[in-house]
Design a protein around this ligand. Structure first.
Ligand code: NI
Ligand code: MN
Length: 230
């Protein structure tokens, strides 16, 4: 029974739930200036996509075709994938949940924008709340501002691990992420969406210290390519 999370830089993660391999928001080498691996070096059974921006989907079609992974995303991105030869996409919409072989996935509210790199309308941006089969509850916020909707996640029992953006400018910054972690009642936080580009440079260690000091919540600042198991 295990959950292992690997950071590939920016908002790209590998998540292993009892052997099921999930890639989140594939943005890999050389598209992602900090990613340590190319799409060709990764395995995936499932790919989760939060929204259509290039820094989340640059390697999506390549990875989906190469691995045959099922893509889990919103309806609009699933439709777009179908037009690009990826026919296994599972489209969902706001607040909906569905059970996959690794666990139950809900699309959560994210306050952001979304359009695909070719200009196609990508629907709303989302986060994912995952009740993993190994028993862990995982929240992937996606690109989002701090939003009161996060309190609902706390009200429904909170999460073991929250992956939160902290880079500011395009998403919430470190100060808001400290509040978000408390609202979702996270036991453990992993920051992302920072230090990829100069405009989102942030001191993640300072964020981790503040999160412990002000909220008593553990934070792991992963190095790119590093993993943590729960
Ligand atoms: Ni975005
Ligand atoms: Mn982004």
């Amino acid at each position: 029974m295990s959950l292992t999370i690997t950071w590939y830089g920016h908002a790209t993660f590998g998540i292993d739930v009892d052997g099921a391999k999930i890639i989140v928001d594939p943005f890999l080498k050389p598209n992602n200036p900090v990613a340590p691996v190319t799409a060709q070096e990764l395995l995936a059974d499932f790919i989760l996509v939060t929204h259509g921006h290039g820094d989340h989907v640059a390697d999506l079609v390549t990875l989906a075709k190469q691995t045959g992974a099922q893509v889990i995303c919103n309806f609009e991105i699933a439709t777009w994938l179908g037009r690009h030869g990826v026919d296994k996409a599972h489209g969902m919409n706001t607040g909906g949940s569905y059970s996959f072989p690794f666990g139950r996935v809900k699309l959560t509210i994210a306050h952001h924008s979304s359009v695909l790199p070719d200009g196609t309308y990508a629907g709303n941006p989302y986060g994912f709340l995952i009740h993993c089969n190994d028993g862990h509850d995982l929240y992937i916020a996606g690109d989002t501002a701090l939003t009161y909707d996060m309190k609902l996640i706390g009200d429904f029992g909170g999460v073991d691990v929250a992956i939160l953006p902290i880079g500011d400018n395009y998403t919430m910054g470190p100060d808001e992420a400290v509040i978000a972690a408390q609202w979702v009642k996270a036991k453990h936080v992993i920051p992302c969406h920072y230090n990829t580009f100069p405009v989102i440079e942030v001191d993640a260690q300072a964020f981790a210290k503040k999160l412990m000091r002000e909220a008593g919540i553990d934070c792991t600042v992963l190095a790119v390519g590093e993993s943590i198991s729960f």
